[in-house]
Design a protein around this ligand. Sequence first.
Ligand code: HEC
Ligand code: HEC
Ligand code: HEC
Ligand code: HEC
Ligand code: HEC
Length: 161
Amino acid sequence: MRRACFLAALALIAAPLFADEPKDPEQPIPYSHKQHLALGLACKDCHLNPDPGDSMTFPASSKCMSCHQTIKKDSAAIQKLAAFDRQSKEIPWVRVYKVPDFVFFPHKSHLAAGAKCENCHGKVAERDRLFRETDLSMAGCVTCHRQHNAKQTCDYCHDPR
Ligand code: HEC
Ligand code: HEC
Ligand code: HEC
Ligand code: HEC
Ligand code: HEC
């Protein structure tokens, strides 16, 4: 009974899913992973996985300003960055990857199982601008679960926990 309700609810909200959003959203500041990773920065310098471990974080503008206080400070993009920082405003990054609310996706268990960032996000270190380049639709998730003998039952990913 509970499952029937769940599926009916999903059918109603299935239309406007994130899949309809642009694959390569324009960002408020043209931040390049390629340019910055070439400097020797690591993913974890900017993306942490705090408890309970479902989500990754985005870096605070103060992290960026630790270099950009001086580097390229006359560039228009850096002036925009500095303005967000001065006003203590979060930079409104547009999400590239997102699962709908009715899907449970924990980063922590995947990283613990040995999955690498690139398995799900592609060649980030070679990209000036990120785009959704991997298949993280239900089919993509289920295919990888099948390959790794992880569960594929509906409530593994869908039951609210
Ligand atoms: C200097 C800081 C910095 C480093 C280092 C960094 N990132 Fe990022 N990352 C960002 C910022 C800022 C954004 C938001 C802008 C964007 O999407 O390009 C972002 C966005 C992302 C996103 C898109 C998230 C979403 O759904 O919107 C992914 C995936 C990502 N980073 C993965 C990585 C990986 C993998 C590495 C290491 C190979 C890495 N990043 C290293 C700053 C960083
Ligand atoms: C470790 C130092 C460092 C950190 C941290 C850092 N950057 Fe940079 N950034 C650089 C360097 C070096 C360049 C290349 C400058 C050049 O072209 O001479 C650069 C270039 C840029 C540019 C291109 C500027 C232009 O007009 O050419 C942007 C935009 C930028 N960074 C944004 C960010 C953002 C946003 C963050 C935080 C998420 C960040 N940076 C964090 C060092 C850093
Ligand atoms: C098994 C696949 C998988 C792996 C491995 C993975 N991610 Fe993700 N990532 C996702 C999915 C799916 C989302 C969207 C999650 C959501 O909407 O809750 C996401 C979202 C993100 C975001 C946006 C913030 C958030 O948590 O929603 C960032 C940043 C990110 N990932 C960075 C990374 C980095 C860095 C690594 C490696 C340390 C990594 N991811 C490993 C699948 C993965
Ligand atoms: C790179 C392969 C891979 C991809 C892609 C992947 N998974 Fe997984 N997932 C795994 C593995 C392996 C496990 C088993 C981890 C374990 O047993 O500890 C797992 C476990 C899980 C769990 C259980 C975690 C827990 O702590 O109970 C959930 C929920 C889950 N995945 C959801 C998703 C969703 C949703 C997606 C797509 C957005 C996805 N996965 C994509 C490999 C993947
Ligand atoms: C490994 C994780 C995973 C498993 C197992 C899983 N789903 Fe999904 N499901 C997802 C993700 C992720 C989405 C969101 C897809 C998107 O945004 O494009 C989704 C979306 C849906 C939707 C919304 C419509 C659509 O297709 O996007 C329905 C309905 C659905 N799932 C039903 C099921 C049923 C029934 C089962 C069991 C047979 C199941 N799911 C098993 C991850 C999973």
